[in-house]
Design a binder for this molecule. Structure first.
Ligand code: AMP
Ligand code: MN
Ligand code: MN
Length: 324
């Protein structure tokens, strides 16, 4: 049975009535995922609740500053919680620690999903869902919930939420930058959110010099497909190793490429461990929906920015890249 649709007020009401709260996010967490999960944790803890976070603490280099605001500890076990929240995940296979979330559900704990993607089917699993693809980020939604609940937002929570909003809007540049997201940012800064710290860190990935060298490779390898008007580039595991850069650090490359006039879609492919390819799709063309495209192959995201993964690796044959 699909989940019951709820709004910020109903989630706020549910949170007020409970004491023990489990919080989940998505695999390969980004700033919005950490931001919504740990911002919510900070505010709920301050309101006297007990909070268990199930997010892997393997934090990417450019988000290490989050450690100034939380120990980022991951709860490894099922706890007796009253309610489970899942942030920023639109499909069940995107949930990190899914087995533990299933344990909660099997034990009758209601699962609430709060997400800003176009649904990837998680509503079939959730009990309650607030999904709004007009929102900039899950962090903005978490902030909305706390605001209507009247819970206080301290400097740490404000910094987490602002980092999530900044990350998902690409520093307030993508199409999802709205009046509401800018107003939320202003409010969070008034609560002490560390705007400069966030901007400096988000845009300052591990080993800047080598990241620029990798960008050079990506630009050198651009392939323009005349028929489909797509632009493709890629990075292999070997490239990443050669430059000593982790995969998480160059996830911004797809956005970097999304400036080419006349390109209907940007396709950026990067090799990850274990024979997995991560594909990022971007478009600025008003008639192109890359979310739909990604959803055909088991991925998802947003109309203008989406992604999917597939098994395979990149090999070069006669100077041409091929996926095998
Ligand atoms: P990325 O290219 O990783 O920056 O992702 C762009 C958008 O697509 C983000 O909103 C992601 O949540 C979403 N996305 C990326 N990979 C997947 C996937 N495998 N399944 C569903 N959504 C994805
Ligand atoms: Mn995310
Ligand atoms: Mn997000």
């Amino acid at each position: 049975m699909p989940a019951q649709k709820v709004n910020a007020f109903e989630i706020a009401k549910a949170l007020k009535g409970v004491q023990r709260i489990a919080i989940f996010g998505h695999v390969l967490p980004d700033s919005d995922c950490y931001g919504s999960v740990f911002g919510m944790k900070a505010a709920l803890a301050k309101a006297g609740k007990e909070v268990f976070v199930y997010l892997d603490a393997r934090i990417p280099y450019n988000l290490e500053f989050f450690k100034n605001f939380d120990n980022l500890e991951n709860c490894p076990y099922f706890q007796n919680a009253d309610i489970a929240l899942v942030f920023d995940a639109s499909a069940l296979d995107r949930v990190e620690n899914l087995e533990i979330l299933k344990d909660y559900k099997d034990n009758g704990v209601p699962v609430f999903v709060i997400d800003h993607h176009i649904s990837g089917g998680i509503s079939d699993f959730a009990d309650f869902i607030w999904q709004d693809s007009d929102k900039s980020s899950a962090s903005e939604m978490a902030f909305d919930i706390l605001k209507v609940a009247g819970f206080s937002i301290d400097k740490g929570a404000a910094t987490f939420f602002l980092a999530g909003i900044e990350g998902d809007t690409g520093g307030f540049q993508h199409q999802n930058t709205t009046r509401e997201s800018l107003e939320a940012a202003g409010y969070l800064i008034s609560k002490g959110a560390r705007y400069r710290l966030i901007a400096d860190n988000l845009l300052n990935p591990q080993n800047g010099l080598n990241i620029l060298r990798l960008y050079g490779l990506v630009l050198e390898r651009l392939i323009y497909n005349k028929k489909y008007q797509t632009v493709t580039s890629y990075l292999t595991l070997e490239d990443a190793k050669k430059f000593g850069v982790e995969g998480d650090s160059y996830s911004g490359v797809a956005n970097l490429l999304n400036v080419i006039d006349g390109a209907k879609a940007i396709i950026f492919i990067s090799e990850r461990e274990d024979g997995i390819l991560k594909v990022s799709l971007r478009t600025r063309d008003k008639n192109v929906d890359v979310q739909k495209l990604a959803s055909y192959v088991g991925g998802g995201g947003h109309v203008k920015a989406s992604g999917f993964t597939l098994r395979g690796k990149i090999v070069i044959e006669d100077g041409q890249p091929k996926i095998v």
